[in-house]
Design a protein around this ligand. Structure first.
Ligand code: HEC
Length: 162
């Protein structure tokens, strides 16, 4: 190799290593900022499967969003169910699903057709399944306040300040 070629080769090598190093450094800083998805479920797979069967049969996704799945053709402003189990208890969900008039428990600001339905007609086992699964839908502590705020704002239609 001539002297000139060596220098060019050296410069290219330095530039390439420099870029790689910079990208690696960026990757590390991005990972520090992005804390990931805050929602998770504590439900065992069997419970999740059984509850999601009921959820699908009852077409809850026509109004609610869960695990980013919802009916895109409808725009009912119902609370997002991700993390809902960090806001309310299993017993509360059971009472709510069993109520003949859910709006007596949770008042609605919506027209009747968009309001939460009564599931009192479902077998007790299915209401229990749904309640247990809803209670398992948790949110990481660092996103709890955001989740509560979003839920309050959907329910009241007003900005929520704790
Ligand atoms: C017709 C639309 C609709 C359907 C279908 C529906 N919901 Fe709802 N749901 C709502 C609305 C709207 C609310 C908020 C209260 C209200 O306005 O009645 C709500 C409230 C809730 C809440 C309480 C949320 C909170 O903030 O604590 C839970 C839990 C829930 N629904 C679960 C379900 C499940 C599970 C199903 C299916 C079995 C279902 N919903 C089906 C519209 C619906």
């Amino acid at each position: 190799m001539k002297q000139g070629e060596k220098i060019v080769f050296l410069v290219i090598t330095i530039v390439v290593i420099g870029f790689m190093g910079r990208n690696l450094w960026r990757l590390n800083t991005i990972q520090e900022v992005d804390k990931g998805i805050p929602y998770y479920s504590t439900a065992p797979a069997t419970l999740e499967r059984a509850a999601m069967d009921v959820y699908r049969e009852q077409n809850c996704k026509s109004c609610h969003s869960l695990w980013t799945v919802r009916d895109l053709m409808k725009a009912v402003p119902a609370p997002i169910l991700d993390g809902i189990g960090s806001l309310r208890s299993e017993e509360w969900f059971y009472q709510y699903f069993s109520a003949t008039n859910p709006q007596a428990i949770l008042p609605s600001r919506l027209k009747k057709e968009y309001q939460m339905r009564s599931y009192a007609h479902l077998p007790e086992s299915e209401r229990r399944l749904l309640a247990r699964y809803m209670a398992s839908l948790k949110v990481q502590d660092w996103y709890l306040e955001e989740t509560r705020k979003a839920e309050r704002e959907v329910l009241t239609g007003q900005e929520y300040r704790p």
